[in-house]
Design a protein around this ligand. Structure first.
Ligand SMILES: [Zn+2]
Length: 241
């Protein structure tokens, strides 16, 4: 169930980024003093972190969609979607990473990025969905934290569902709806908050783009201005009364 960071955080580490020979690309000066300076800075930064220590973190995804955050040179953090069989996806980040800071004179200095900073970045992007959170350590999440996240997630679903309902009654068009809104409707049906799936989830796109002609009752496109069966001019579709 738990995916480890080695599997999905595929970034290069500082030493690879600063490998001799890619200086021109990376903007790092090669040779002489810079090489020695670079090696010293890397050693110092490693030593500092090992003195201070750092915490492993776990990121949790309760959402039915994948969580993916591209951290550029640090790699991609990816958690698979939660499902009925695996309602809780975990990603443990064990190690810090190195990034580089441009010193502005063609030199770079190593900067450590702690696991907690990576986790915060993921939650910055997905936190509003309620179902993504992190904690220190690599143990199991506290039941209370999972319950709180599920409650925030349900609030988010209710908000999305209401947006879907409003959009559908106003426009009656699938293209105005998002997969997130459909996911929200399914989740609310599963939880019993909503009695049944709305037609904007169950209807196919082709079905929803049609309506009966108000004059002859034949099936016509929702955007049609003239019925192709009886040639009546029909009013543009209005929100359901
Ligand atoms: Zn007609």
């Amino acid at each position: 169930m738990a995916t480890t960071v080695e599997a999905s955080l595929g970034g290069r580490d500082f030493n690879l980024v600063f490998e001799a020979g890619i200086g021109a690309n990376g903007g790092l000066r090669n040779g002489g003093v810079s090489d020695r300076l670079r090696d010293r800075l890397v050693r110092e930064e490693h030593a500092k972190l090992h003195r201070q220590g750092w915490s492993r973190v776990t990121i949790v995804n309760l959402q039915p969609f994948a969580v993916t955050v591209n951290l550029g040179e640090l790699g991609v953090v990816a958690l698979p979607p939660a499902s009925e069989n695996e309602p809780l996806q975990k990603l443990v980040i064990k190690d810090y990473r190195f990034s580089m800071r441009d010193l502005g004179d063609g030199n770079f200095t190593p900067v450590s990025i702690l696991p907690s900073e990576i986790a915060k970045e993921v939650v910055r992007e997905y936190g509003e969905t309620g179902g993504v959170f992190w904690y220190e350590g690599d143990g199991d999440p506290k039941a209370a934290d999972v319950a709180a996240a599920r409650e925030r997630q349900m609030e988010w679903y209710r908000k999305l569902y209401q947006q879907g309902v409003d959009s559908w009654s106003r426009y009656h068009q699938h293209k105005m709806l998002t997969d997130r809104q459909r996911d929200a409707a399914r989740a609310l049906v599963r939880s019993g908050d909503v009695a049944e799936l709305p037609e904007w989830v169950t209807m196919t796109r082709a079905q929803s783009d049609r309506r009966p002609c108000p004059m002859c009752g034949e099936d016509i496109k929702i955007v049609a201005k003239v019925c192709r069966f009886c040639r009546s001019t029909v009013e543009p579709f209005e929100a359901a009364a």
